[in-house]
Design a protein around this ligand. Sequence first.
Ligand code: ADE
Length: 224
Amino acid sequence: MRIDILTILPNLLESPFQHSILKKAIENKVVEIHLHDIRTFSTSKQKSVDDYQYGGGAGMVMTCQPISDAIEKLQSERKYDEIIYLTPDGERYEQKTANRLSLATNLMMICGHYKGIDQRIRDLYVTKEISIGDYVLSGGELAAAVLADSIIRLIPGAISDETSALTDSFQDNLLSPPVYTRPPEFKGLKVPDVLLSGHAENIEKWRMEMAEKITMERRPDLLD
Ligand code: ADE
């Protein structure tokens, strides 16, 4: 998979891809991440990327020209499965969207700032608008990093124990059961006996029961 991210703050997006699973996925050529500085596409003398909004009102709007040129350059080089705009008014991001996007070959993500991008960019190019939650971030970069992380971990080869991503919370509409490691007792709290029993069937049954119990208590909406 290849992910192209359009941003005015490419430096902000470097670190998330330099650690842990994402770093290894890039090293193992499971995924390529390309960061593009929107400002470098600006044809204005001052390399500006925003302007006042028509109709008045507080807050600047990201202008069409630099974003359009960046998108069209990338589109001339390859076909994109989705051109995603990160925005609080997009569809709410869920695991099932991550699963679907993990099957793509080429994804483009556009990070907005200020009041957002000119509506005409959305109308002309964007194929999917995604929000990572009902709160407003200063820009789309952290949302793009969230999307990229959740997608990349699902690509075969990104995680050494491939079954591990499949047992994540949400994969079967259930939250994950509790997990324990050594020691068997810590500050008076013991690891449940069943996990020490070595009885695979009972362990699986316990995990399923705990997942259902926790989901029922915390997120009953997932069971609907
Ligand atoms: N940009 C600003 N806030 C956002 C959000 N909640 N989700 C996605 N992109 C955003």
